[in-house]
Design a protein around this ligand. Structure first.
Ligand SMILES: Nc1ncnc2c1ncn2[C@@H]1O[C@H](COP(=O)(O)OP(=O)(O)OP(=O)(O)O)[C@@H](O)[C@H]1O
Ligand code: NI
Length: 338
């Protein structure tokens, strides 16, 4: 089995709105691998959820999408809605960001979970379905899983609903799970537990996990690779360890400095409007290292400066061959590295 499950190439997503064309995702290119966790981080409105939704083609009709989404060699953008329904849930599942609107208010959790399992597993006895449903909830650290099956969404806290959605995402044993802030609203301890559960599931079953998160510590500790989004673009991408140890892009450095554990220094200014993005680097007017060319020219993704170091046969990032390999994968969209 090849390592690669999905290759996303030059993905653009825009929305036609009354205010103009919103460019929500711009040229995103990334690879999702079996048993690997790709973390997507970045400030609110940077395009993380839109990117996630586009992979399962769940964007509203006024969205226009281009690029390619090669899943097991097939471009999902070329599939018919019917073919896409075959893949959604069963092969690629999404745990949506908003738990409140994603559960059916008039159905018990049990019937919603059983329905999700049945949709992918085919016919199964009701006893077995119940046991599976309870098992999924239990795996998400839901207390009294069996009792919960009889309850309705309104009887649950936001955090509990979030866990039910995570359980439903796993119902079809997907090859790719997209989890959009699966731990929003949960307290710190449970946040770690639920995310670890998803990570373990990926490693155990060989599924790929795309984890959208605001929690940089979660991204650093649990993800293999991380992409940092800004104004619709992935502006830095690389192995999680290296990206957090040696962030390249001034925006990523700013994000890390704004972590509670690193002093909580916010990045001054605000992200540009997505209807009227600057021509050059999207971070230009907030950047402390900007050069004149950054204003007019759009930087490409340049490979890590550490690569240069390793080429000169000095010490690579962690002194190992693996470190060298990592450095070759670390890229940032910034002229500092051109
Ligand atoms: N259906 C839509 N129609 C028009 N614009 C949209 C639509 N959905 C999202 N957008 C815009 O696309 C941009 C990216 O939104 P997105 O939800 O992907 O951000 P995000 O990075 O997930 O933010 P958050 O961290 O707050 O979840 C935003 O400017 C948003 O307003
Ligand atoms: Ni989002």
């Amino acid at each position: 089995m090849s390592d690669t499950l999905m290759v996303i190439k030059q993905l653009d997503v825009s929305f036609q709105t009354r205010e103009g064309l919103v460019q929500a995702v711009d040229g995103a290119t990334l690879e999702l691998k079996h048993g690997r966790i790709f973390g997507l981080i970045g400030e609110t409105g940077s395009g993380k959820s839109v990117l996630g939704l586009s992979l399962v083609r769940l964007l509203p009709a006024h969205a226009s999408v281009s690029g390619s989404l090669l899943y097991k060699g097939k471009d999902l953008l070329q599939l018919s809605p019917k073919e896409m329904r075959q893949i959604r849930g069963r092969e690629i599942a999404l745990i949506p960001q908003n738990p409140a609107s994603s559960l059916n208010p008039v159905m018990t959790l049990g019937s919603q979970l059983r329905e999700a399992i049945r949709a992918y597993a085919g016919r199964t006895g009701s006893k077995r379905l119940n046991a599976q449903a309870a098992g999924l909830l239990h795996a998400m650290n839901m207390p009294d899983a069996e009792q919960q099956l009889r309850r309705y969404p309104f009887q649950l806290s936001g955090g509990m609903k979030q866990r039910v959605l995570a359980a439903m995402g796993l119902a079809g044993s997907p090859s790719l799970l997209i989890a959009d802030e699966p731990t929003k609203g949960l307290d710190a301890l449970i946040r770690v537990q639920v995310t670890e559960m998803l990570a373990n599931m990926a490693r155990r079953t060989g599924a790929a996990l795309l984890l959208i998160t605001h929690d940089l510590d979660v991204a650093r500790v649990l993800c293999d690779e991380v992409g940092v989004m800004y104004a619709g673009q992935i502006i830095e991408q690389g192995p999680a360890k290296e990206l957090f140890a040696q962030p390249m892009h001034p925006y990523t450095r700013g994000l890390i400095a704004s972590m509670p554990s690193r002093g909580m220094i916010p990045i001054a200014g605000t992200a540009p409007s997505l209807t009227d993005r600057p021509a050059g680097c999207k971070f230009y007017d907030r950047c402390g290292s900007a050069m004149p060319r950054c204003e007019a020219e759009q930087p490409d993704l340049y490979k890590s400066a550490h690569t240069e170091i390793t080429n000169k046969e000095t010490e690579p990032i962690d002194g190992t061959a693996k470190g060298q390999q990592a450095a070759a994968k670390h890229k940032a969209r910034c002229f500092l590295y051109a």
